[in-house]
Design a protein around this ligand. Structure first.
Ligand SMILES: Cc1ncc(COP(=O)(O)O)c(C=O)c1O
Length: 380
């Protein structure tokens, strides 16, 4: 495991500190919406010698096994909202009005699996087709899950960046691209996706409040292009509130870690074709709109080997939480830090002994065969 600390995290100016009301209102109006569980991991906390450890279980979001539909759905809502001249109400999205506004539209995107399934699901809710681009080597289970939402899947001979380019090029004239990563000339939709993920943190704070607990002291966020991490940066946007944020990546594709470490503020890409079991995090380039928020606000960046993710999956399974390779990455980084850099949390980040630690299980067993091999039994 490698660690890079940002000694002067700063407040993000570009975003509102609080979730705009229509985001949560919009998600609540979607079919199958339920706040995902916030579960106390007492056994793991005891083993790691930490006082309080919580996992937000996004593996159960909308029955899609991952958190991604929060971003994709909100972005598609904003597209239709704009088409309606600002008149489409969140509650009208799934219904006659939403379908009318979506008429004639084919939705498209690139994905490592979860985002594409989410876009296909939303397109299906609106009665529209979707074309989803996946990198070479995407496992059949993830392709099947996208196809189960009645989308067409195109396998691109390359990595995530290549899939993004293909989706952009082939869809530029006649499709609406719902990309989760921003690049020059394409930033509006990725920003909506980033905002959509804010619902997770809004729910967490409501859940903690209901239990009479305050904010987490530290949050581990796994990153691919960094859109999800940027939502954490937006929500916990003022470092002086005392919430530490740790960005977590696989060492094979640690583009945010490398960008942070380079120290000149510029994003860096890593080569494509790298192998990691954390498929959802296998992205070579930080999102243009997410990177500045992550760079400025995050306290530390972890780059870690795959074996930590396997260990975390097993720990979570023992506590009854079904977590896939990318889903377990946040906990994996906590385990890695406790074992390899045991002083970092207390001395590097000045965390007190009874700190409240939050990890997010961002996916369930999206590759059930791999899950069974790693954990030893079936997931869901
Ligand atoms: C399960 C899972 N966790 C985390 C992420 C990281 O999200 P982002 O690409 O926004 O950094 C992804 C991205 O696809 C994912 O599928």
């Amino acid at each position: 495991m490698e660690l890079f600390q940002n000694h002067s995290p700063s407040q993000i100016q570009a975003y509102p500190a609080h979730v705009p009301d229509d985001i949560l209102r919009f998600h609540r109006a979607l079919p199958g919406y339920a706040s995902t569980p916030l579960i106390s991991l007492d056994g793991i906390a005891g083993d790691l010698g930490v006082e309080r450890l919580l996992v937000k279980d996004e593996g159960r979001r909308f029955g899609l096994k991952a958190f991604k539909a929060l971003g994709a759905s909100y972005a598609v809502y904003r597209v239709l909202h704009e088409r309606s001249g600002g008149l489409l109400e969140p509650e009208e999205f799934v219904g006659e009005r939403g379908r009318e506004l979506a008429e004639g539209t084919t939705f498209s995107c690139a994905t490592d699996g979860n985002h594409g399934r989410a876009v296909a699901w939303i397109a299906g809710l609106l009665g529209r087709p979707a074309v989803i681009y996946v990198p070479r080597g995407t496992v059949p289970a993830r392709i099947d899950a996208i196809q189960s939402e009645r989308a067409r899947v195109v396998v691109v001979d390359g990595g995530y960046d290549d899939a993004v380019k293909h989706a952009a090029k082939e869809g530029k004239d006649n499709r609406v691209i719902i990309a989760d990563t921003a690049y020059p000339g394409y930033t509006k939709i990725p920003r909506y996706i980033q905002q959509g993920y804010l619902t997770i943190f809004r729910e967490v704070s409501e859940q903690l409040e209901e239990r009479g607990e305050g904010s987490p002291d530290i949050v581990f966020i796994q990153a691919g292009v960094g859109a999800f991490a940027s939502a954490a940066a937006m929500f916990f946007n003022n470092p002086s509130d005392g919430v530490r944020l740790i960005c977590v990546e696989p060492e094979a594709v640690d583009c945010l870690f490398r960008s942070a470490k380079a120290g000149d503020g510029m994003p860096r890409s890593v080569p494509s074709g790298a192998d990691t079991i954390m498929a959802g995090l296998n992205c070579e380039t930080p999102s243009l709109t997410a990177w500045p928020a992550v760079r400025d606000r995050f306290d530390a960046f972890v780059s870690m080997e795959d074996h930590w993710a396997r260990e975390a999956m097993r720990c979570l399974a023992a506590e009854g939480v079904v977590s896939g390779e990318s889903g377990a990455a946040g906990l994996a980084a906590l385990i890695a830090l406790c074992k390899e850099r045991p002083d970092f949390l207390s001395e590097g980040l000045h965390l007190h002994d009874n700190a409240r630690i939050l990890v997010i299980n961002t996916e369930a067993d999206t590759d059930p065969d791999a899950y069974r091999r790693i954990v030893g039994f079936q997931g869901s």
